[in-house]
Structure formats: structure tokens, C-alpha cells
Design a protein around this ligand. Structure first.
Ligand code: AMP
Length: 465
């Protein structure tokens, strides 16, 4: 700010107005802070992220899935049409803005519509079917942040497009069972069928007839849902609505023949494959595109105390949405609905933050990062780049070496080496630099020996055997 402006500002707004000077506002003090509902994933947590992603990618690749990477931004209309205009996600939770050209953009709130967009746009319907894809990344939903619910979170999606067979649904569930086994997490699948448009119409009428008589007792949101999308009432977390729902008609009693056969065959496959599941007629998943099979993955806590707490709570008090580790199902009409050929499909989205929190809650075993074996220390400025070169040499030879070349004092460097519990420290001082040698210090015994820099790799190999 110029000194003149500063002077005007100091004299105050009245002075500025009296003199008809343009009003100058004080610059707001800005304290950098993270946005609400967003999270920095710190280095200490990366071990969990690496572990989870590695296990998931290994499993899906071994099942023949290929990776696809999709953009974070999409046309807002894709989600309005794909996810559904009356869904919570589109109605209340999308992060929207217009870009410089005025195109309405959304930060993706979920992955399925954009996967389908890519499937159609990239001509994947011409590939041998079914097409098996996985993708992962951030999703954005403007929700009230709370435990297990952020505004930015990561999902790992697994999808099979191009088959209507129930064995595909079973394959995804078996793959998920393997993933959670590999992660060391105990889970349970809760499964339901939403049928097709035909049977859903019949069920919808039954449900409206049942709930219509109790309309005034439902929460205000459900009174609205009853008009717009009655099935969504089944998803309501309000206690009063839950009470009425416990006696409401169940969709599986109203499935048409084809949907019933699909569901029955799937359950038979699950039994044959020894996949443990429970039926839950209240799972509707809250998105418009689901047909037939829907399911959620819920953690089965091994922690007795938490287990008892969960079991002691009546079902309606367990905030399901907050603990589900993932959910998915069939979306047989979405590809056609978004302009592609008729392509039945099935998929799942896993919530990575929740899975990581569950790993911590269930005290699952995470492989530790291997600690360094060698610390390279230097004593004089002249030796610093030699130390870095030796470190690089050791690294290329496959040793786990480390250093802290910003430090000057040898004592400090050896203290760091001690904390890291390395077996050997290599010390290069002025003399060693001139003689092209290194001091090898055994950190347990404190014994030291001088060796030629050219022989260091051989010497270390011998000692680490
Ligand atoms: P959905 O796309 O809503 O079916 O969510 C699938 C999974 O993503 C859920 O089961 C959660 O594990 C995770 N998830 C959904 N919304 C959030 C959120 N706001 N914060 C963290 N994880 C979420």
C-alpha cells in the first residue's frame, strides 16, 4: 500500500467520505487454514494409504481389472442426469462453479457417472465384454463434517460393465471378501434387491399406501420424499421414521420374476462361494441408477467393548451411513440412460478414509516401513558432497541408507543415527576426504575402521550379511 493510501486509511472513513475520496478498506488479515471438511494426509498416515492401495490394486489386477484414471472435474449435468436430480448428492452436496467460459462444472461427488461417460465416449462398448475397470481418487460432497464424513474423501471403485449375469455380482463380492481378508478387516455384507423399474413401481405404490396413512408422523424430509422419491424414506435416519419402516412392506416380496430369479441365483452363488452376508431390506443406496442387487459393507468390530456398544444400540440408532466402508450394486440402465448402448453393469465404491480408520480401530497389522541400515555422516563442509555421493551409491546398490547433511556436528548426526537404530554409520571428515577413505562405525560396539571409499559397497555387503 502506498504511503498516501496508508495516510488516508489512518484518517478514517469519515474523512474519506468528507473529502469524497474513494473508500479504502483495511486489508483483511489472512491466516492460512485448511477448508472445513478437508484433510491433509500426513506422512505418518501414508503407511496405511500405501498398504490399503497396494492390497486393493494387487487384488483387482489378479481378477483381471484394468486401471482407468478419470478427471476430478466434470460437466455438472453429468451428475444431475447420472446420479439423479433429486438425490441428496446432487440437490445439496455438489461443489459447483462456472469456469471462465461459463460452463457449469462440478467437482466429482462420486465415480460411477464419470466411468460410464468414459466407457461411452472412449468406445469401450466395442471392446470384448464385460469390461472390468477400477479407479480411485478424491470425491467432494458438501456435507456437515463429522466422524467418518468429510467434504473431500477418497473412493476406490471397482466395476464390471457389459454383463447382466448374477455371477458378476458374486464375483465382485468375492473379490471384496478377499480384499478385506487381505487387509485383515472383519466385515459383513448387507444385501438387498431394488428390482427393476417394473417391480419398483409396484413396490413404490405399496410403500406410499403404507406410509401415506402415517404421513404426518414422518419427519419433514420424508414427507417431501414421499412425494418425490418414496424409496428414499427407507434410508431415513430419523427415529420416528425408522419405527414405521420396521413394519413397512419389503421390496423383495414384490420383485418381478426376472429380478427374483437374479437375486435368488446370486444368493445361491454366495452360499456356494462361502460368502457370509445378511439380507437387509432397508438398503436403497440413495442414488437413482441402482437396479436389482444393492449391498453395503459394514465393519464387524473385533473390539469387544465397541462390539457390545454397537449391538446394544437399537438398529435405528446406528447411523449406518457413517460406518459403511463401501457400497455398490447393479446399474443396468445407466449406460443407456447416458446415451450409450444397453449395457448392464455392477460396481462398488470403497471409502478409503473409513477403511483406514477401521484398520486402526481393529488394530490390524500394517507392515512397518523398513528402517535404514546405514547412516552417512560428514564432519567438514568439504566432505558434504562426497557424503551425498556415497549415500547415492549405496542407495543404487539397494541398501537402505540415510543422512542428514544439513547438520554440522558429528555428535548430532550420530545421535540421529542412534535414534534410527542403524547398524553402521559412515563418517567422512576432512582427512577422509583427502585420503578418499571412510570411517565405518559399528553402532552397537562403537568400533571404528577406516576403509577406501572405492571398497565401501563390498565392505558393507560383507558386514550386513
Ligand atoms: P456412496 O458413494 O455414498 O455409496 O459411498 C460409498 C462409500 O464411500 C461409503 O460407504 C463410505 O465409506 C465412503 N463415503 C461416502 N461419503 C463419504 C464422506 N462424506 N466422507 C468419507 N467417506 C465417505
Amino acid at each position: 500500500m502506498s504511503p498516501r493510501k496508508k495516510k488516508i486509511l489512518k484518517r478514517g472513513k469519515r474523512y474519506q467520505r468528507a473529502r469524497r475520496l474513494p473508500l479504502i478498506k483495511k486489508e483483511e488479515k489472512y491466516v492460512p487454514h485448511i477448508l472445513r471438511g478437508m484433510k491433509d494426509i500426513l506422512p505418518a498416515d501414508q503407511i496405511y494409504w500405501d498398504f490399503v492401495l497396494k492390497k486393493m490394486e494387487e487384488a483387482v489386477r489378479s481378477y483381471g481389472f484394468s486401471k482407468i484414471t478419470l478427471p476430478i472435474l466434470e460437466d455438472k449435468k453429468l451428475f444431475e442426469k447420472g446420479t439423479g436430480r433429486t438425490t441428496e448428492i446432487v440437490e445439496k452436496q455438489m461443489f459447483n462453479f462456472s469456469d471462465q467460459s461459463g460452463t457449469p462444472i462440478a467437482l466429482r461427488p462420486e465415480g460411477t457417472p464419470q466411468l460410464v461417460r468414459a466407457y461411452i465416449e472412449q468406445g469401450m462398448d466395442n471392446l470384448p465384454q464385460p469390461v472390468k475397470l477400477y479407479h480411485f481418487g478424491q470425491r467432494f460432497r458438501y456435507e456437515r463434517p463429522q466422524s467418518g464424513r468429510q467434504r473431500e474423501f477418497w473412493q476406490f471403485d471397482i466395476d464390471i460393465l457389459g454383463s447382466e449375469k448374477p455371477i458378476v455380482d458374486a464375483e465382485i463380492l468375492l473379490l471384496l471378501q478377499n480384499i478385506f481378508q487381505e487387509l485383515g478387516l472383519k466385515i459383513n455384507f448387507e444385501i438387498n434387491s431394488l428390482g427393476c423399474e417394473n417391480c419398483r413401481k409396484v413396490y413404490r405404490n405399496k410403500l406410499v399406501a403404507y406410509l401415506g396413512g402415517r404421513r404426518n408422523k414422518l419427519c419433514p424430509d420424508c414427507q417431501k420424499r414421499l412425494e418425490v422419491n418414496p424409496l428414499r424414506v427407507l434410508d431415513c435416519k430419523e427415529q420416528t421414521c425408522q419405527f414405521f419402516l420396521s413394519q413397512s412392506p419389503q421390496i423383495i416380496d414384490w420383485l418381478c420374476e426376472e429380478c427374483r430369479a437374479h437375486f435368488t441365483r446370486l444368493l445361491e452363488y454366495l452360499d456356494e462361494l462361502e460368502i457370509i452376508y445378511s439380507l437387509n431390506s432397508r438398503i436403497v443406496r440413495g442414488l437413482d441408477y441402482y437396479t436389482k442387487t444393492v449391498f453395503e459393507i459394514l465393519p464387524k468390530r473385533v473390539d469387544k467393548q465397541k462390539d457390545q456398544q454397537l449391538e446394544a444400540q437399537p438398529a435405528h440408532e446406528i447411523v449406518r451411513g457413517q460406518i459403511a466402508l463401501g457400497g455398490g450394486g447393479r446399474y443396468d440402465n445407466l449406460v443407456e440412460f447416458l446415451g450409450g448402448r444397453s449395457t448392464p453393469a455392477c460396481g462398488v465404491a470403497l471409502g478409503l478414509e473409513r477403511i483406514i480408520e477401521e484398520l486402526k480401530a481393529q488394530s490390524a497389522k500394517i507392515p512397518k516401513i523398513k528402517s535404514p541400515q546405514i547412516f552417512v555422516a560428514q564432519i567438514s563442509e568439504i566432505a558434504r558432497s562426497t557424503a551425498l555421493k556415497i549415500f547415492e551409491n549405496l542407495r543404487q546398490e539397494g541398501f537402505r541408507a540415510t543422512h542428514n547433511l544439513s547438520k554440522d556436528s558429528l555428535k548430532t548426526q550420530l545421535e540421529i543415527a542412534n535414534k534410527l537404530k542403524v547398524k553402521f554409520s559412515l563418517i567422512i571428515g576432512h582427512q577422509e576426504f583427502l585420503n578418499k577413505t571412510v570411517i565405518i562405525r559399528d553402532m552397537n560396539s562403537g568400533n571404528q575402521e577406516i576403509v577406501d571409499q572405492a571398497k565401501i559397497v563390498r565392505e558393507i555387503k560383507k558386514r550386513l550379511k
